[in-house]
Design a protein around this ligand. Structure first.
Ligand code: KG4
Ligand code: ZN
Length: 363
């Protein structure tokens, strides 16, 4: 019979330094004992985006402290842990190395299992930590680095249906915010500005609408926003608000169309089933306009929509610890010879979706 396991998770793949302790009960249910996240926005803000070297150095400086805080909050010492799980990729290699080296050292010193977790898998399984929802389900992952539609068939079993051929959705929000003179990170700033704007004033494209494969594209949309903005210089507050509202409307329509297509493919592949689920993960899942659009799509297609709480949708280590616990329960620990991977596709059999001017789609 299974017993409860306790896993320390570390996340350093991008610009958040995070550590968390999660317990997985004998019944397979998860419990968060601590979840510490330190964002690095302040260090990157004046550059208007993430600088990899600054991110790596910031992880080195604060990871030990964050781990100590996670252990203190969980009121545990290292001897009480079963394993240490760490994001092994994909991501910025400098940050990944910091996390992986630290996790290996902890595993070695305290004789714990070491588990390298794919960051996308961590996002994909998060819903199992907060809801009693087991695969299969359709996953829409929308973050600053990733935009994917995947069928989660089971732990370690993923089929990628679609990806972006250029920018990630969060990246499109961030770049749009930057060109309109709004803050960083851009998603919340665009959402806030759009609240006072009215959609319908600017003719923006709806990228990829009606395409067979459920891929995404956002570079053209962002460029269209730039052209509209340039034609209006100097921009008034109302112009920015209306542009943001139209940008969100275009995103919502494009993403809804792509999700509808992915649902049709999922239904073909998984066949008839009692319950059909759409899970949304990643930082952009916080966007209310998009959530409303997805709720409409889900309702009309007979799917239940699941959006984990915002603090677990954005990058965090609880999701890494949980994915680690799920892997450990299946006996899938890794060797200490594991090497961090800047690229690490969840579904290695998926063919790259190439876009104009791009050599390959992001993992
Ligand atoms: O998942 P996440 O925290 O980090 C990555 O793995 O990338 O996602 C961060 C992204 C950023 O691009 C941010 O602008 C976007 O999520 N984001 C939003 C909102 N909140 C965060 N985008 C649109 N609307 C929001 N409310
Ligand atoms: Zn992420």
């Amino acid at each position: 019979m299974e017993r409860e396991t306790v896993v320390l998770g570390l996340e350093t793949s991008c610009d958040e330094t995070a550590a968390a302790v999660v317990a997985r009960g004998a019944d397979g249910r998860g419990r968060i004992l601590s979840n510490v996240v330190r964002a690095q926005w302040e260090q990157h803000r004046r550059f208007g985006g993430i600088v990899p070297e600054i991110a790596a150095r910031a992880h080195v400086e604060c990871l030990d402290e964050i781990i100590a805080e996670a252990m203190r909050t969980a009121a545990l010492d290292f001897a009480a842990l079963d394993a240490v799980a760490v994001t092994g990729g994909p991501g910025l290699i400098g940050g990944l190395l910091v996390g992986v080296m630290t996790a290996k050292a902890i595993a070695l010193v305290h004789k714990l299992d070491f588990i390298a977790v794919n960051h996308l898998e961590a996002h994909a399984l998060t819903v199992g930590l907060t809801e009693d929802l087991a695969p299969p389900y359709l996953l829409l992952l929308i973050s600053g680095g990733h935009t994917q539609l995947l069928i989660v068939r089971g732990v370690g079993d993923y089929q990628r249906l679609g990806t972006t051929i250029d920018d990630a959705l969060g990246e499109a929000f961030d770049k749009t915010a930057k060109l309109l003179g709004l803050g960083f990170p851009g998603g919340p700033a665009v959402e806030q500005a759009a609240l006072t704007g009215r959609a319908g004033r600017f003719p923006l494209p709806r990228p990829m609408l009606g395409r067979e494969a459920p891929h995404f594209s956002f570079a053209g949309l962002k460029t269209a926003v730039r052209h509209q903005a340039q034609a209006l210089v100097p921009l008034r507050e109302k112009d920015v608000a209306d542009l943001c509202a139209d940008f969100e409307a275009a995103v919502a329509e494009s993403v809804s169309d792509r999700v509808r297509r992915a649902m049709a493919i999922t239904d073909e592949r998984l066949g008839a089933r009692q319950q059909r689920h759409l899970v949304v993960a990643g930082g952009v899942a916080a966007n209310r306009r998009l959530r409303e659009a997805l709720a409409t799509v889900a309702a009309s297609a007979g799917y239940q929509l699941h959006v984990p709480p915002a603090s677990l949708c954005t990058d965090n280590a609880a999701m890494v610890a949980w994915a680690g616990a799920e892997r450990l329960a299946r006996g899938w620990a890794d060797g200490l010879d594991f090497q961090a991977r800047a690229r690490w596709p969840l579904d290695p059999s998926a063919t790259p979706a190439l876009g104009a001017g791009k050599q390959g789609a992001k993992a």
